[in-house]
Design a binder for this molecule. Structure first.
Ligand SMILES: C[S@@+](CC[C@H](N)C(=O)[O-])C[C@H]1O[C@@H](n2cnc3c(N)ncnc32)[C@H](O)[C@@H]1O
Length: 364
């Protein structure tokens, strides 16, 4: 239980059977095996296969080498199906488990939303971008926006997304540990989802007035409920990052957590421009992302496979996205793109995917 919860009785929880817990612990171990030994063996097999021949120079050249490797085929199968099992298994799958408690969850979320006032601004007329509706990302059927339980299912799903982490909030704390050590008055969580990242932020930064935007009403309702449970007051709103309704120069900091690979390049550039507009001069746009790494053809090809295997379609163009150029192009004066240090200093095995993560810090 998070430490800042006021009263356990207020907390919306979905009953988890022993079988549910055992099944998801098993899947998490499977994912650890996939991300650990299988990834390592895949890297070694790739090097053996390239041997003394010409090293692939591009993603296109690396792809057929990988495709021939049993290790890559196994990795791809695991990536696709562990995620599918997580959501879709009848009985212990996330969708079925959450659905058993449907009426209770909806009534709790609606009750919290009914008294939210300005803390939760939903926009039923908001047209969701086509790219967002086009694919069920993360293999979450119907996306995270089409069913009232989607926020809850997404919150469950994240537990096994970062496999090495038994504590799903650790990734947020590791990310914030890379931020400049100072107070931030007004912050925006750029694509806040179920709100867990914003809650971790507020625990560390009680001084901040916290805003969050997302396209998904079910996610925002859950984020609002979670904030209430912690005694926090967030300003949450359903908006498209490309068209924010905040005034110019509003925020001291906008943080983003694993957002860039979700958004097609044209939309990402528009959203960057908008982020720049609503930041105060000197304000920071900051956070981690995976996918580009050292730029080696093999890593790019493995990353691209996630686009197809996990329905993260826009990971493919993200791999080639020039963030430095795009950020300067919309007016950011300083751009720093560094390895994500918590995973470089001994935390991750050589060849592991997480060593390819980067930390982006842009200043207006
Ligand atoms: C990978 S999740 C990240 C969620 C959260 N930041 C976290 O790390 O837990 C992507 C989130 O971005 C939201 N999203 C995607 N495109 C968006 C857009 N154009 N405007 C607002 N939110 C968007 C999705 O609904 C989803 O909740």
């Amino acid at each position: 239980m998070p430490d800042s919860l006021r009263n356990d009785a207020d907390v919306l929880e979905v009953p988890e059977s022993r079988d549910f817990r055992a099944y998801h612990a098993f899947l998490r171990s499977c994912r650890n095996f996939m991300e650990g030994p299988i990834v390592r063996q895949m890297g070694e097999a790739y090097e053996r296969s390239v041997g003394d021949g010409a090293e692939p120079q591009s993603l296109e050249e690396a792809q057929p080498v990988l495709d021939d490797l049993l290790e890559f085929q196994l990795y791809s199968w695991c990536f696709r199906h562990f995620q599918r099992f997580k959501y879709h298994r009848p009985d212990f799958g996330i969708f079925d488990t959450v659905n058993k408690d449907r009426d209770h969850i909806i009534s709790e979320l609606e009750a919290a939303a009914a008294t939210a006032g300005d803390d939760l601004r939903l926009d039923e007329s908001l047209e969701l971008p086509e790219y967002y509706r086009f694919v069920d990302f993360h293999q979450h059927t119907g996306g995270v926006y089409s069913d009232p339980l989607d926020g809850m299912s997404y919150e469950f799903g994240r537990r096994t997304t970062n496999p090495a982490h038994m504590d799903p909030n650790l990734i947020y704390r590791l990310s914030y540990s890379q931020f400049p050590d100072r107070a931030f008055e007004k912050v925006l969580d750029w694509g806040t989802g179920h709100g867990a990242g914003l809650i971790e932020w507020q625990k560390i930064h009680p001084e901040s007035e916290c805003y969050g935007v997302d396209l998904s009403a079910p996610c925002l309702k859950l984020a609002h409920k979670r904030a209430q449970e912690h005694g926090f007051k967030f300003k949450l709103s359903q908006q498209d990052l490309e068209h924010l309704d905040f005034e110019d120069d509003t925020f001291d900091c906008i943080f983003h957590l694993f957002m860039f690979h979700e958004i097609p390049p044209v939309n990402l550039k528009n959203a960057l421009r908008e982020a720049h507009r609503v930041l105060k001069p000197g304000g920071l746009f900051i956070g981690p992302e995976f996918g580009q790494g050292d730029g080696s053809p093999m890593f790019k090809a493995v990353q691209q496979s996630h686009a197809w295997n996990n329905n993260e379609t826009f990971t493919a163009p993200w791999i080639e996205f020039d963030m430095d150029k795009a950020a300067r192009g919309v007016g950011f004066s300083k751009v720093s793109i560094e390895p994500f240090k918590p995973y470089q200093s001994g935390g991750a095995k050589k060849g592991s995917r997480v060593t390819s993560w980067r930390f982006y810090q842009l200043e207006k």
